[in-house]
Ligand binder design. Structure first.
Ligand SMILES: [Fe+2]
Ligand SMILES: [Fe+2]
Length: 469
């Protein structure tokens, strides 16, 4: 499980304040207890599952009460027969200077916010020690290494603050290498877990948000490849993708799991057998106790579903749009520029795919007849499909689709225009000089072909030889 983002029901009442908070987030806030519970029930009912690994951002923003309630639920999981291993991350504490974390623990009255007891980073160690670290074979700060049924699980704490790099320091890397050498000598296959991505879900992600990666990910990748570690499980991005790198000798997979509480909530089930990790996906169930409308309701109030309603409402009823957008759309500016925003959105939502196909035909090779046959499809629908699949992975615009060719044509035309204007993309986006290179992985799976499942060989790599010292 990743990014549970649990928020207590006791910390808010219905009103503008909590609505504003919800509108600005990718995850559900109000419904997070029900959504978490739905997944915990699935896990409890699954007789095959004996160990639950949760990789950080357990709660909303360091609220002490959220930790207390979340921990109570973890204890219940244990009572019901599951072993629970936990990592904490940035959202789980409130910084006070030296660690720079800017999260503030608040509750929501009808029209205002109020401070609530918070959690400091050092307190997390004590709170979550019973879940993994307390039984670990070895630990470094809040990272730890533990034997699970003959496999070596190593959980790296990287609760960075979004401003600077996070992850193991040099001494920590030495500890990690020692653990990997020991595991290899003992014949244990290794599974690694950390919060931030080690391999970016999309090139775009690393280009725009380098500090949202595992700090020192280049170094970590080298270490893992060198010691024959094949898989690392990560969260944080809320993007559900499986990506791979290779050094020609070993392969490393980063299995990213979306947030439990996202509009597209999922967890992963991993079966370890005969040196193979068989990784599958479990979706948020259609029906959720306490949520009328279940999964569909969650999808409509959160992220893509919410943005879609926002755009549709702006075109239909602008005053209603201002109400619906509170917390996300700056009301004064939206009111001031109503005369531009409304007609612009009206024009954009009316665009059809036939129109979009006409641009970049030189590159896409589409004929006029082919373009004409897509008059009924709207550009806005394609945009929202892409937005939804940004987080769920496996976007459907594969090379055999009309949309793929349109996007190919448009981005290549864009590249040509940039070249004519002598604008170098790589100057603004770290190391990328083509719009298509950035865009293609978002339109279809250019990674491992399937973001939902994969079988990865994790046999121990006895061929790794270690020089003395
Ligand atoms: Fe998160
Ligand atoms: Fe995070």
């Amino acid at each position: 499980m990743a990014d549970n983002h649990y928020f207590s029901k006791k910390l808010w009442v219905e009103g503008d304040e909590i609505e504003s908070r919800c509108h600005g987030d990718q995850v559900v806030i109000k419904e997070s207890p029900e959504v978490n519970e739905a997944f915990f029930k699935i896990i409890e009912d699954d007789k095959e599952t004996d160990t639950v690994v949760i990789i950080g951002d357990l709660i909303n923003c360091g609220e002490r009460l959220c930790h207390e309630e979340f921990i109570e639920r973890l204890h219940l999981l244990e009572i019901r027969g599951k072993r629970v291993l936990v990592l904490t991350a940035t959202h789980d504490y409130n910084g006070c200077g030296e660690d720079e974390n800017e999260f503030v623990a608040v509750g929501y009255d009808k029209d205002s916010r109020y401070n609530v007891p918070c959690t400091r980073r050092h307190e997390l160690d004590e709170l979550y020690r019973p879940f993994g670290r307390g039984q670990a074979d070895s630990a470094y700060d809040m990272s730890y290494s533990i034997n699970v049924g003959g496999y070596r699980f190593i959980l790296l704490n990287d609760d960075g603050n979004g401003h600077t790099d996070c992850g193991l320091d040099d001494k920590g890397n030495e500890w990690l290498e020692e653990e990997l050498i020991k595991a290899n000598q003992n014949g244990e296959a290794v599974l690694l877990f950390t919060h931030h991505p080690v391999i970016a879900p999309y090139p775009l992600y690393e280009a725009f948000a380098p500090t949202e990666m595992y700090g020192g990910h280049e170094k970590l990748k080298k270490i893992l490849l060198k010691h024959g570690v094949n898989v690392v499980f990560t969260g944080h991005t809320h993007v559900h993708t499986i990506r791979k790198i290779s050094d020609g000798n070993n392969e490393l997979y980063d299995v990213g799991t979306t947030s439990v509480s996202s509009a597209y909530g999922k967890i992963r089930k991993v079966r370890l057998e005969n040196g193979v990790a068989d990784i599958t996906t479990i979706d948020l169930p259609e029906e959720i106790d306490g949520i009328k409308g279940g999964k569909d309701y969650i999808a409509s109030v959160c992220f893509g579903g919410y943005y879609r309603r926002l755009v549709d409402t702006a075109v239909r009823d602008y005053d209603e749009f201002l109400k619906l957008g509170r917390g996300l759309v700056p009301t004064d500016k939206a009111e001031k520029y109503r005369f531009i925003i409304k007609p612009l959105l009206k024009w954009f939502t009316s665009l059809n795919m036939s129109f979009a196909g006409k641009f970049g035909r030189k590159y896409s090779g589409l004929t006029k007849t082919e373009c004409k046959s897509h008059k009924e499809e709207k550009v806005i629908d394609m945009v929202f499909v892409a937005i939804d699949h940004f987080f769920t992975g496996d976007a459907p615009f594969t090379p055999d689709t009309y949309e793929h060719r349109v996007l190919y044509g448009l981005t290549h035309k864009g590249d040509k225009i940039l070249k004519t204007l002598k604008i170098s993309l790589s100057k603004y986006i770290n190391g990328f000089d083509s719009l298509w290179t950035l865009a293609e992985p978002i339109f279809h799976n250019t990674r491992t072909g399937n973001d939902r499942e994969i079988k990865i060989k994790i046999k121990i790599n006895n061929e790794v030889t270690y020089e003395k010292n």
